[in-house]
Structures are given as C-alpha cells and as structure tokens.
Design a protein around this ligand. Structure first.
Ligand code: ADP
Length: 414
C-alpha cells in the first residue's frame, strides 16, 4: 500500500454527494445496491459486497454484491468464527487480505457459487450510531494496480460509516412502515367489526320492538307496564347501536360526505328537539331561541343532525329531573353557532378537552351512574370537523355545561 493519508478534496466532495444520496434512500435493498456500486467505483475494485449481521442467528449473510447477486448467494450464511468478514466484524476494524488463498479463514464456496475468482479483499466494518458493527463492506480485487491503497481503505471506511447509519435508518423506516400497516389493518378490522355488528343487531332489535309494541296494545295494565320496561330497554339498545353505526359513518369520512346549503335555524326547528321523549319523562324544560334571519351553512345535513342529537342526548342524560336545557342558534361574526346549555352536573375544567376522545367518560367505569359508551362526543367532534366547523365545551362546575358548535356561514369559508 502506498502511504498517502486521508481523503483528497475530490473524494471528499464525492463522499458528501454520496452521503446526501444515501440519506434520501429509504428502501433497504436500493440503499445496499447503491452503496456497493459506489464502493467498487471509489476503490476501483472489480466487485464489492455487503454482508449484514443477522441479530438473531449471529451469522452474516450476503445482502448485495456488484456482480449481480444470484439468489443462491443470499442464502449462504457466513459464520463469524471462520470467515474473513467475521474476523473484520469481530475486530470491529478494517482488514486488507492481499492474497486470500493464503488465509485459512478464506472460504472459496461463495466464489465457486457465483463463479468469481477472489484474490484480494479490502474489508471494513459497517457500524450503527452506537459504533457497534452491524455488517461488513468488502471491495474485491484491485483493478489497474497491484494493490489497494491506504486512500482506498480510508474511502471505504468513510463510506461504511455513512452506510452503517443509513442502513439502520432504512431498517427503522421499514419497521415503522410495517408497524403503520399493521395499525391500519387493525383499525380496518375494528371498523368493519363495528359496522357489521351494528348492522346485524338492528334487524332482530326491530323485530323485538315491533312485537312488543304490538302485544302491548292489547295487554292489560299490569302486563303493559312490563312491556314498557322491555320497550325502554330496547330503545336504549337502539341508541347504543346507533352510536356504533355513527362511528363507522365517521370512519367512512370524506367518502360519504354530502354537502348542501342548510339553514341551521330551520334544521334545529325541524328536529323538534324541545319535545324529546326522555326530557319530557324527566320533566325537563327545553327552550329554543332561534334567529329571525336564516343562517345558511354548507354541510352534510344528516351528519349535523347526528351531532345535535348527540349533544341533546347528553344534556338530557346529565341533567337531573326538572332541570332546564336552553338551545340557542345565533350568528357570531361569519359563523353560525349552535349552543346547548344545561343545568346538569357540569364538567371539571381539566376534562373539557378529553371528553371528546373516543370511549372517554368522566365517570370511572366501575362507579358509573349514567349509561353510554363514551362515543357520542368523539363522533360529534369528528363530524363537525369533517364539515369544517369547531366544537367545544364550557362549564362552571355545578352550574351545568354548555356545548358550542360553530359552523362557517355559506360564502365565508377559508
Ligand atoms: P357517553 O355520553 O356515551 O358517555 P360522550 O362521548 O357523549 O359519551 O360523552 C363523554 C363524557 O363527557 C360523558 O361520559 C360525560 O362524562 C361527559 N359529558 C358529556 N356531555 C355532558 C353534559 N352535558 N354534562 C356533563 N357531562 C357531560
């Protein structure tokens, strides 16, 4: 080897270019082929190859080679104990074998498989960010000179350093992609399950409700009361199933969105929120304050109906007998606001955001006094946001709660 130290300016700027290129490749196989191509070019070698350490078996295997890696080569496992690559990895430092035939660790099997005659090996360890060796980069047979130079070795070592980190990054990227794909699959399985379950539960429930209502008509008073209890339970079940169905509606998101011009004041009037059966049964008063002018918003009407329905259900549920619920629709700047205030149990300051998360409930599951699945508000939030609006809650503890939905007025979006 001649003794010229360190990289010259030309090689250095080439290295910077390579480093930039390697950092932008996230596919491991593409990255490895790029590295070996550069390794062979930079050191003027006949070929180059990369062996990576399998962390489970503690063996090395060929991952890439500049002379068209045949599939048999990828299957060859190289032991750490009796191979040149293994010795480089174990020592965690570069090695130059000038004549492999004289090295007892040399294993001619690979050369035979790919019909390549290896004479010299210049090998350097590839390290991860913690400086632990994760593989070996080898340049084989110097072209146009008798031997590899010190500069070749330094170039290869710098390349291996950049490559080691890039390989680890690409591996992490692949793992992250796989984890993401698994999560999406799980999410889809869950959404499909909820959608199928809510659909399948609806039909038998409709049959039960139909027959019970029919039988109740002819029943005498004492039996009628028992039928009423069955009907109440069935109505409750229908609400839960509706929540599940709405959840799959939200997950379908943009695909089902059907926007149209809607007068929010008229929509609230038509929904007849003030005559809610449960509120009547609890002797609650619901007042409506609607504006004289129409407040036109561009929204998916049925989505907004679900939102307002969920907010009213909660207000009725969390407000005691004889309580009051006020619904106000008004213009606020360039927005139409729907406000619903109740005289119920209120919400603590630190819960005001969290109640909008899926399955979140303020009461602990073991000591709950109210029924529900903790889905209504998260569904409401997602539906409002799909319609470019905002929803939030305000509450002074003990003085009840207020929920506000703000939707941009038509012509004022953006
Ligand atoms: P669910 O009502 O099915 O439990 P929601 O997502 O609709 O689920 O509501 C989440 C939680 O927010 C409720 O469990 C309750 O603790 C709280 N909450 C919602 N609306 C009100 C309200 N009007 N007054 C007091 N607490 C409320």
């Amino acid at each position: 080897m001649n003794n010229k130290p360190k990289l010259d300016a030309a090689r250095l700027s080439r290295m910077v270019e390579i480093s930039r290129a390697l950092n932008s490749i996230t596919n491991l196989d593409d990255l490895l082929s790029h590295i070996i191509k550069e390794a062979a070019d930079l050191t003027q070698a006949e070929a180059a190859s990369i062996l990576l350490l399998d962390p489970r078996t503690h063996q090395l295997h060929f991952k890439a080679s500049s002379n068209q890696i045949p599939s048999q080569m990828a299957e060859i496992m190289v032991s750490l104990d009796d191979s040149i690559a293994g010795a480089i990895l174990r020592a965690n430092k570069p090695m130059y074998i000038q004549d492999v035939t004289r090295d007892p660790r040399w294993n001619p099997q690979v050369g035979q498989v790919i019909n390549f005659d290896t004479r010299q090996i210049l090998g350097v360890p590839m390290r991860n960010v913690n400086q632990e060796p994760v593989g070996v980069l080898e340049a084989l047979n110097k072209v146009d000179a008798a031997h590899f130079s010190v500069q070749d070795l330094e170039t290869l070592a710098v390349l291996a350093d950049i490559a080691g980190v890039a390989v680890e990054k690409a591996r992490l990227f692949t793992e992250l992609e796989q984890a993401n794909a698994t999560l999406s699959e799980l999410d889809e399985v869950k959404s499909n399950f909820i959608s199928i379950a809510s659909h399948e539960l609806r039909t038998p429930l409709a049959v039960i409700m139909g027959y019970v209502s029919f039988l109740r008509e002819d029943a005498d008073e004492t039996v009628a009361e028992q039928f009423d209890t069955v009907l109440d339970a069935a109505v409750h079940l229908r609400g839960l199933i509706q929540d599940m169905a709405n959840l799959s509606y939200v997950d379908a998101g943009q695909t089902t969105l059907l926007r149209q011009m809607v007068d929010l004041a008229a929509l609230v009037r038509e929904m007849e929120l003030a005559s809610d059966e449960t509120a009547v049964a609890k002797n609650q008063t619901i007042t409506l304050t609607l504006p004289a002018e129409p407040l036109t918003v561009v929204v998916d009407r049925s989505m907004i109906e679900v939102v307002l329905g969920n907010l009213l259900n909660n207000a009725v549920k969390f407000t005691p007998q004889n309580g009051r619920i006020a619904i106000i629709v008004e213009r606020q700047g360039r927005e139409a606001w729907f406000r619903i205030q109740d005289t119920g149990c209120g919400i603590a300051e630190d819960q005001l955001e969290r109640i909008f998360s899926r399955f979140y409930q303020v009461e602990s599951p073991l000591a709950r006094q109210h029924e529900g699945m903790g889905l209504g508000l998260s569904i409401a939030k997602e539906l409002v946001e799909l319609n470019h609006g905002r929803i939030w809650a305000e509450s002074a503890r003990q003085a009840g709660s207020e929920f506000i939905v703000a939707l941009p007025l038509a012509g004022d979006r953006g």
